[in-house]
Design a protein. Sequence first.
Lengths: 93, 237
Amino acid sequence: MSASDKQDGKSMNCAEFQEKLPELFESGANVSSEEHVLGCENCAALVRDLEYIASQAKLLLPIHDPSPAVWDNIQSAIRSEKGSGAVPASKRS
Amino acid sequence: MSLAYQTKSSKGLTDKTKRGIFKAGDVRMTAGPTQPKPVQHMRRNPPIAGEAEAIAKAQNGDAQSFEMLYSLHKRRVYSLCLRMLGNVAEAEDLTQEAFLQLYRKIGTFRGDSAFSTWLHRLAVNVVLMHLRKKGLPQVSLEETLEPSQEDGPRKDIGERDLVLSGSLDRVALERAVENLPPGYRLVFVLHDVEGYEHNEIADMLNCSIGNSKSQLHKARMKLRDLLRSGQRKEEIA
């Protein structure tokens, strides 16, 4: 097995491929079309899943609201800052 | 100072589109003159009707306008805090702190970028500052970003059973993210959910870019483990 065989992925085993995976993702390469992936169902499934997780993460929207007590506390803190003479940046000249 | 940063499209992990956001050093909770460059593309930052007027009025001390800004942005700020911390009480405390910081600093916002981008980064900094104060090493020492061995993702050699693609609901993903070890969760939320780049995350977490990349990969692998074990449990039940 030559060094170039190793590099082009033909002779890469699963452990070697998975070791290289973070770098492949970050390189912008089409990981699904890597030689090893084309011949290995297990690694193909892994790549699909990781891509899927990353794509789904982008769709996570803000869905949680803080309790009303948070705003009450903010108001209270602002009142006490005003009372103590602390001035927000907006009011400084 | 480069403020434009990229996020990924749905095509792949590294196909990126421009988005404007602050770099780590730009908003350090100090009312300095530093302002971001104009936003080129605002993912999740569409213009909000009445926001610009509310900002202007809040900058002049109008309480109702500040309350409006809170109403407009509380969900996003709180969700960010909750995802980064995985704890409701802390997330509420830091949401409060972020809006208090906003109250103090709003006069320094000059509208060169989306307000929500600016506020968002302010909130990220509040959370990270809190974590540092708590002395959690995962945000300052890169070697300790590593969770314990048992928390880490398993290798996937020769293991072929459940495939997630197409079957994942967002509630399950949210739950799995909550269950990530803190170091993994921070990097995953900042990169994959919030769209920050590795160089920005490295700045924020005081770790190397390579470490950020490595943590992200491990986080995704760990998520896959968590999601697949969740699927197995559902199948058994």
